[in-house]
Design a binder for this molecule. Structure first.
Ligand code: ADP
Ligand code: ZN
Ligand code: ZN
Length: 742
């Protein structure tokens, strides 16, 4: 009964995720004649989808489908014969799609390099030809064909390069193929072998001090399976040394280490240190890689030929053949949270990944996030502390500079200028830090109070000197600076607030003989600009550095002895409940830049108009850990994270009412279930930044004491939102554990 046999053999169904914002999977039949040995979840197929073909990932194979057999389409092709992810990593990806309520097809697509997303094979295949016929059968007229066939027989098999080198054309080869005298087969490039394990004692490194030794021993004592630790260590306490010691254990055993950093371009020194310490193959995932370089680095990680993998947020998905350890440096940094599309936290996923792969994970920071701090306090993370600087250098002295009643046209008070002069005279460098968020030069009218606002966003325009214009930092709208007030028509416009450019001009006037170096997104746009600026600072001559957030990220400037924070007040009155935490992190991180060279103590001045504010006082006069404990008490009392879990549902549309009513209906749909699960709803309300790029933004905030309850509600909410009718331009998304509430 051949018919029945046919249908039994055809029983297998491929359940596939496609890279579209769709929550369901799609069933396909295997392509006719496909060899499915080794074909497992995480392999790619070409999936016919409407009139298109999409690169889909196999989620699972099944023996039946909800769709009747005759309606199932066969996949167009099987791309991989081996999965792109280990079982553990694949499980992590499925878990994160559930946890972040994001379509699995998009999650999987995010996790692989662009070329694989486009359906390119993991290994470029090369064609090889061998002879199947006898050259003697070719008649005398086909002399060139016979020469080619003899050449192939002699070599056993030949590649395209062999043919070109020997002067044979493709047309000639085609003729032999047509006659059936030559056979073609493909072969993929071989995988590289695993790296050679680190030889102990093969490299110089400092002897760990007592505190470092205690930290290293505690981590080692925790065994070899899953363990997670927070290294809470002040700037310069030797956290990086500790990471390297712990990595050494793994590298000596032939296991790979994954290091996540906030921004590669800003931490060239850290990467150089890893490179110099370990003479082992390193794969760095930075934005300068082209697609094929990126694929190559990814493959080296997958094969295990690269020992150390360094990258930013998305590198958390880099496969490892032999995983050993994950390090998340500067774990508090907001850049670990993806803010669009698949909104995941690389820091949280690093911990989850370590658990799935049963390996260690180390988070480190001088200013840990309150979430991690809390995890260390409650014993979920090993709590490892490095309260002192490792080298000779003493911690910087912080003090506030109250400017409440001062008129400071240039942005810096008299006292700050005097201090800068003193430090420069002593042959040192100064850092002037300006937190641009909420502190940009704004154009306003002195008579009627008008302020220049962006017409597309709920935001003020920022005045730029070079080139002269006003620009919106949210939509890039650029306009000439008006010369009179559009409301009262008077010619009394002025700017308030200070940006980096203004500060640069002011400081250059005040200190004409000293180089003033501005480090921000604008001044470092060119590829090597940032390195050039850093090299100039590294020469150590007296100089003034002006910088934004970029400068506070882990860079080591031994010549800087004074740091001035121009305006620290933004965070005190932020609409975001994390405002004070972020402000403390910035102040402590900036302070960490000062006085890192031995024998030159650092000094930090914090300019403020609220010198007696309790929070500011706590930041200045206690350790970060004490401050964190204090803020945690407040969060506990208010039931805010980490004592509850948040989820933000955003909707945006050019039609304000449409966005609002969409979220109102969303809330109504889950209110009963929400009550049952003790979910607390806020909104829908306009976002603090209500309008952006001409679109109105509305928020519905969900808060819950227990995660499972929140996720039950979110799962229902996601399906409901998918089905809710809305105008075509309305966009919505779910942001689990949001960090940007603006
Ligand atoms: P962090 O990562 O905490 O900022 P680093 O690991 O960069 O600290 O260390 C700060 C400085 O102290 C570096 O120059 C480093 O080489 C040095 N250092 C760290 N640990 C030791 C040690 N045990 N002995 C001597 N120098 C050390
Ligand atoms: Zn006016
Ligand atoms: Zn704008």
């Amino acid at each position: 009964m051949p018919d029945e046999e046919e249908s039994n053999r055809g029983e297998i169904v491929l359940r596939v995720a496609v890279p579209l914002p769709l929550r369901q999977s799609f069933d396909y039949l295997p392509p006719a004649g496909a060899n499915l040995t080794g074909f497992r979840p995480g392999c790619r197929i070409m999936a016919p989808f409407g009139r298109r073909k999409l690169v889909g990932f196999l989620l699972e194979t099944a023996d039946r489908s909800r769709i009747s057999r005759d309606q199932l389409k066969p996949a167009a092709a099987v791309i991989d014969s081996l999965p792109l992810f280990s079982r553990d990593l694949f499980e992590l990806l499925r878990w994160s799609a559930d946890y972040y309520h994001h379509p699995i097809g998009e999650v999987l697509a995010t996790a692989v390099p662009a070329l694989l997303r486009q359906g390119k094979p993991l290994y470029e295949e090369t064609a090889l030809w061998s002879a199947t016929g006898d050259p003697a059968t070719l008649s005398g007229r086909a002399r060139r064909q016979r020469q080619l066939l003899e050449f192939i027989v002699e070599r056993d098999h030949v590649s395209r390069n062999d043919l070109t080198d020997a002067g044979f054309s493709s047309a000639l080869l085609r003729q032999l193929l047509d006659k059936g005298l030559v056979r073609e087969r493909t072969q993929s490039a071989p995988a590289s072998p695993p790296f050679t394990p680190l030889r102990p004692g093969s490299h110089d490194r400092p002897v760990p001090n007592e505190e470092q030794t205690a930290v290293i021993e505690t981590f080692r004592d925790a065994g070899s399976g899953f363990r997670s630790a927070l290294v809470n260590g002040v700037t310069g306490s030797g956290k990086t040394e500790v990471y390297m010691r712990l990595m050494e254990d793994e590298l000596a055993a032939g296991r790979q280490c994954l290091v996540l950093v906030p921004e590669i371009g800003l931490t060239p020194q850290t990467i150089d240190r890893f490179r110099q310490r370990f003479a082992l193959p390193l794969a760095v995932f930075h934005s300068g890689l082209n697609d094929s370089e990126r694929l190559q680095a990814w493959r080296a990680a997958l094969e295990g030929s690269a020992a150390i993998l360094i990258g930013t947020r998305s590198a958390v998905f880099t496969p490892m053949a032999r995983p050993g350890l994950i390090v998340v440096d500067e774990e508090h940094d907001a850049s670990f949270k993806q803010q669009e599309g698949f909104r995941y936290s690389a820091r949280d996923l690093a911990v989850m990944r370590a658990q799935k792969e049963n390996i260690g994970v180390v988070l480190g920071s001088a200013t840990p996030s309150l979430e991690s701090f809390h995890n260390a306090e409650t014993g979920r993370f090993l709590r490892l502390e490095l309260p002192h600087r490792a080298g000779e250098s003493a911690p910087a002295r912080l003090r506030t500079l109250d400017i409440a009643n001062e008129h400071i046209p240039g942005g810096l008070s008299e006292l700050a200028l005097t201090k800068i002069a003193q430090h420069l005279e002593a042959g040192n460098q100064t850092l002037v830090f300006i937190n641009r968020r909420g502190f940009a030069p704004i154009l306003h009218c002195l008579l009627c109070g008008w302020m220049a606002q962006c017409e597309n966003c709920s935001a003020y325009m920022t005045v730029h000197a070079q080139p002269p214009c006003q620009r919106c930092h949210h939509c890039d709208l650029t306009q000439p600076v008006p010369n009179h007030c559009p409301v009262c028509r008077q010619n009394e416009l002025s700017t308030s607030g200070f940006g980096t450019q203004q500060l640069e001009a002011f400081l250059q006037r005040e200190f004409p003989a000293t180089p003033v170096l501005r480090v921000d997104r604008d001044s470092t746009r060119g590829k090597h600009k940032f390195r050039q600026l850093l090299a100039e600072v590294d020469r150590g001559k007296p100089a003034i550095l002006i910088g934004t957030q970029m400068l506070a990220k882990g860079h080591h400037f031994p010549g800087i002895t004074l740091a001035v924070i121009v305006n620290a007040d933004g965070g005190l009155f932020s609409p975001d409940f994390r405002g004070q935490e972020q402000m403390a992190q910035v102040i402590v991180q900036v302070a960490g830049r000062a006085g890192r060279g031995s024998g030159r103590p650092g000094e930090v001045l914090v300019q403020t108009r609220h010198g007696d504010h309790r929070t500011l006082d706590k930041i200045i006069n206690s350790t970060y850990s004490e401050f964190a404990g204090h803020i945690l008490d407040e969060r506990r009392a208010a039931g805010m994270p980490p004592f509850s879990h948040l989820c933000l549902v955003r909707a945006e549309s050019a039609n304000r009412e449409a966005a609002l009513s969409f979220l109102r209906r969303a809330r109504r749909g889950i209110e009963a279930l929400g009550r049952e699960q003790r979910v607390h709803f806020t909104g829908p309300l306009p976002a603090p930044m209500e309008k952006r790029q001409s679109r109105f933004r509305m928020h519905l905030l969900l808060r819950c004491g227990n995660r499972p309850g929140l996720h039950t509600v979110l799962a229902t909410l996601a399906t409901q939102l998918d089905a809710l009718p809305a105008p075509g331009d309305l966009r919505w998304h779910i942001d689990v554990d949001p960090i940007d509430l603006l």
